[in-house]
Design a protein around this ligand. Structure first.
Ligand code: ZN
Length: 399
């Protein structure tokens, strides 16, 4: 080991020397003739290896009473360029190695010498394992934490291609009724809430009256397919829509509709569902409604007006609500109901570019034409005061 000094560059030489010293220590523990002859007596015994957690004994030079040991320590000392820690004869070889090496490695000058030989910290426990005679655990190293496999992004459903308009001009009268709350308003509800609320009993009576008058519910997809391609419609078609996605739509409107074999479209505010707002639907409710044949469409992300907004904001509203609906329900929405009925030319342009087929306003009217702007569809408002007779009258109104 000392001879090596004459042939190695300084930096490499120091590392080599340390390596040689360590190797010698390990070899002392397992192979008597590797570093020094004759074999040091400390390895002659067959004492079981001490547990790794054995208390570390302080170096004790007075324990050195063997010439071979002295020679070995001198060799190690020369390699490390400092006084070596003496070996203790009363300890087993395995214990000696386990105790000695950390002491050596923690010397500042040894740390410097070991720069660039980081792998030693990994190889040491392997050596210990090999020397472990009693099946005890080697020194523990931190277990590498495997990162969870990267999961693929969810695959959104393939969008249904927009029906290619055949160019024919069609005009049809299909009232698209607009509801909001489907519950008895609280006693202290303001006039706005009172007007937007239809009690469940009244709703059921309205549906019965419409059916009795020969009306059939269709979806917005049916209406769109008729306008663009002439897909047939049943006699006296009507569309029922709900804005905002209130929870009472699930609790009260859904059973009333399904009991009668009727369908409706629910324009939901996607952030409100994401936030688990108690007054609004949950995504589980929305999925149940979808499974019952209802359509869940976009009312934007947060019910902020879509009028007088810039492109980035509108893209955030249009694509954000669309992707959320597609992710949660597996169906990309194709229709938007503008919050508060507010929109402008850029609103329509952005929603169309985001893959929507039509936009619904609060402008009153029941007549639709393929020649009209599909992003300015009209609806018929239903109020808390709309009697069954009144809704039948509205359904037949030519407007
Ligand atoms: Zn709304």
């Amino acid at each position: 080991m000392i001879v090596m000094r004459g042939f190695q560059p300084i930096a490499k030489q120091r590392a080599w020397s340390v390596w040689a010293g360590i190797f010698c220590l390990l070899a002392v523990a397992s192979l008597p003739t590797a570093c020094a002859a004759p074999a040091p007596p400390i390895i002659a015994g067959s004492v079981p290896a001490a547990p790794v957690s054995a208390p570390i004994s302080a170096p004790d030079a007075s324990a050195m009473d063997n010439a071979s040991e002295q020679a070995e320590v001198v060799a190690i000392s020369t390699a490390l360029s400092r006084p070596a820690s003496p070996l203790r004869t009363e300890e087993t070889p395995a214990a000696v190695v386990q105790v000695m090496l950390p002491m050596i490695l923690h010397q500042p000058e040894t740390q410097a010498a070991l720069s660039g030989t980081v792998s030693i910290t990994v190889s040491l426990p392997l050596t210990f394992a090999a020397n472990n005679e009693a099946g005890q655990s080697p020194l523990a190293l931190p277990t590498p934490t495997l990162q969870a496999p990267v999961t693929a992004a969810p695959v959104l459903p393939e969008p249904t291609p927009a029906p290619t308009p055949d160019g024919a001009v069609r005009t049809v009268r299909v009232p698209v009724f607009m509801y909001h709350y489907l519950s008895v308003p609280p006693a202290d509800a303001n006039a706005y809430r009172q007007d937007l609320s239809v009690p469940p009993d009244l709703f059921a009576a309205q549906l019965d009256a419409l059916q009795a008058a020969g009306y059939t519910t269709i979806s917005l997809y049916d209406l769109h397919a008729y306008l663009t391609q002439g897909a047939p419609l049943p006699d006296n078609p009507v569309v029922i829509t709900f804005d905002d996605g209130y929870r009472d739509n699930y609790e009260n409107a859904l059973p009333a509709l399904t009991q009668r074999g009727m369908t409706a479209t629910f324009f939901v505010v996607t952030d409100f569902l994401d936030e688990d707002r108690p007054e609004y639907l949950t995504w589980d409710m929305a999925r149940t409604m979808r499974d019952a044949g209802m359509n869940i469409e976009s009312h934007g992300r947060n019910h902020v007006s879509l009028k007088d907004k810039d492109t980035d904001y509108l893209v955030w509203q249009a694509l954000g609500s669309k992707e959320t609906l597609a992710y949660e329900l597996g169906v990309a929405p194709r229709f938007v109901s503008y919050p508060a009925g507010e929109f402008d030319a850029l609103t329509k342009e952005i929603f169309q570019s985001a893959g929507y087929w039509a936009g619904f306003t609060t402008v009153q009217g029941a007549t639709h034409s393929s020649a009209d702007d599909p992003f300015e569809m009209r609806r018929v408002r239903v109020r808390g005061t709309t009697t069954p007779e009144e809704i039948v009258r509205l359904a037949g109104l030519d407007w």
